[in-house]
Write a protein that binds this ligand. Structure first.
Ligand code: NAD
Length: 486
């Protein structure tokens, strides 16, 4: 079968190690945002299939080999999955690009290799995260065990589906949990491809299940299901709040990675050329559809004009909009027509609010696809909608400032707290700012640095819990204390 034939094949649900069709026989199309054409049909799971997936995960957890096996063996299985991902890297990169509109040059060099890193990093942790012996007297022995939480529902967004899923799946598997994954309906294909990979790598049945379908039915069912122990969610803040409320009825453990409106501060003594490069990347990468996008750039007034000249040059030179399959492309289309309308709505609103449009705001001349040119507004007031709401598109707000205290206050004046960045050669000032910024990440003289070992997550309404590194491991385990009376 050629790749074109294979990708057009209607998909099935992956439950208990088997591919099954939904009883309702209902399917929905997943669309290539670069062509506006359906790639294929994906099943719409109903309550029945969602419950089957939960039951399979529960069985695999209680009776299967996964939770009980030697952690080092579990690690080996995850290493094996990483190997199969590498063997099928090209197909996975293509699937991810077609489904999301991300440039293929990025999915090849960034998304798939990062997914492999995540799998290998957490495979290594499988037998390295454990409890302790407690300092009792000799009448007793007390120790703690780190046990898996149980059945974990993983609910993921569309903006970087493969990576955002693997950053949950890899540690959850390593700690011995069994999973039900509900990917976003706009981008379900990499999760289904990953299920194929898990099957080929010999992951035991029922350990990883995929149910596709709408958030308000399939997602809600998972969040309210009494047999699901934990929900690990990445998505919008508003959805996170709904999930938190619904999960309360069964007191599920929850991790929430939510939205952002991250400040990126350019002090006058910073390296302006480098700052401009990263400020451009901060709102153009993945068409601005990134939770940590540096969508508010605060520029010290004395270097405002010089910085802006450099920024606009970098946007024009470094961020070519085009077909995701073309190796020259740096920016593909937005994910959907709805998203495009939403982002252009913000642009219109920005003009009405009195911000000064200095670049873009329009669409490139492609006949098809949800493309939008990178857009920069200057003279934005931090109280404008442009500066307050997560736009999730390639739209940047430039906000001039005069004083250190003023900019820190404005940077923190948001209900989000995901990320932040700053540029200065004065390390005392950098440290002072880093201490005062209320955000889960502070990038000093860089922006968007991420690594499997470095915790990432939100303050305030950007969520709680962390992804990456060692810090995520307690979130997929329960601590049990065992006393032996001698
Ligand atoms: P979304 O909240 O609309 O959807 C995310 C997932 O939740 C999807 O799978 C969706 O089907 C499901 N869902 C929707 N309603 C649900 C409900 N009531 N119950 C259970 N599940 C439900 O988000 P999105 O539009 O897919 O993604 C974009 C958002 O994700 C942005 O706000 C972005 O900042 C955020 N995000 C955050 C991070 C982070 O690490 N903090 C990373 C990437 C994206």
């Amino acid at each position: 079968m050629t790749f074109a034939e294979k990708i057009a094949e209607p998909r099935k649900l992956f439950i208990d190690g088997k591919w099954i069709e939904p009883e309702s026989a209902r399917y929905f199309a997943t669309v290539n945002p670069a062509t506006e054409e359906a790639i294929t049909q994906v099943p719409q799971a109903g309550e029945r299939e969602t419950d089957l997936a939960v039951a399979a995960a529960r069985r695999a957890f209680e009776q299967g080999p996964w939770a009980a096996m030697k952690p080092a063996e579990r690690g080996k299985k995850i290493f094996r999955i990483a190997e199969v991902v590498e063997q099928q890297a090209e197909e996975l990169a293509l699937v991810e690009s077609l489904d999301t509109g991300k440039p293929l040059s990025f999915t090849r060099t960034r998304d798939v290799p990062f997914a492999v890193d995540l799998l290998r990093y957490y495979a290594g942790w499988a037998n390295k995260f454990y409890g302790a012996t407690l300092p009792t007297d000799e009448s007793a022995l007390a120790c703690t065990l780190r046990e898996p939480v149980g059945v974990v529902a993983i609910i993921t967004p569309w903006n970087s589906p493969l990576i955002l899923s693997l950053m949950k799946i890899a540690p959850a598997l390593a700690m011995g949990n069994t999973l039900i994954h509900k990917p976003a309906s706009w981008t379900p294909l990499s999760a289904l491809k990953f299920a194929e990979i898990c099957q080929a790598a010999g992951l035991p049945e029922g350990v990883y299940n995929v149910v596709t379908g709408p958030g308000d039915s399939v997602g809600t069912r998972l969040v309210t299901h009494p047999d699901v122990n934990k929900v690990s969610f990445t998505g919008e803040t508003v959805t996170g709040k709904i999930i938190m409320e619904k999960a309360a009825a069964t007191l599920k453990r929850i991790s929430l990675e939510l939205g952002g409106k991250s400040p990126h501060i350019v002090f006058a003594d910073g390296d302006l050329e480098a700052a401009a490069t990263f400020a451009a990347k901060g709102f153009c990468l993945n068409q601005g559809q990134i939770c940590w996008a540096g969508s508010r750039v605060f520029v010290e007034e004395k270097v405002h004009d010089e910085f802006l000249e450099k920024l606009l040059r970098h946007v024009r030179e470094d961020w070519t909009v085009g077909d995701p399959m073309d190796p020259k492309t740096q920016m593909g289309p937005l994910i959907s027509k709805t998203q495009l309308q939403q982002v252009t709505g913000y642009i219109e609103e920005g003009k009405k609010e009195g911000a000064k449009l200095i670049l873009g705001g329009d669409r490139p001349p492609m006949k098809k696809g949800y493309y939008l040119n990178p857009t920069v507004f200057d003279e934005v007031d931090n109280r404008m909608k442009l500066a307050r709401e997560e736009i999730f598109g390639p739209v940047l707000a430039i906000i001039p400032f005069k004083e250190f205290d003023e900019v820190i206050e404005k940077a923190n004046d948001t209900f989000y707290g995901l990320a932040s960045g700053l540029w200065t050669k004065d390390m005392k000032k950098a440290y002072r700012a880093a201490r005062r910024l209320k955000a889960g990440s502070v990038w000093v003289n860089c922006y968007g640095a991420l690594d499997v070992m470095a915790p990432f997550g939100g303050f305030k309404q950007s969520g709680f819990g962390r992804e990456f590194g060692q810090e995520v491991l307690p979130l997929y385990t329960e601590t049990k204390t065992v006393w032996f009376q001698m």
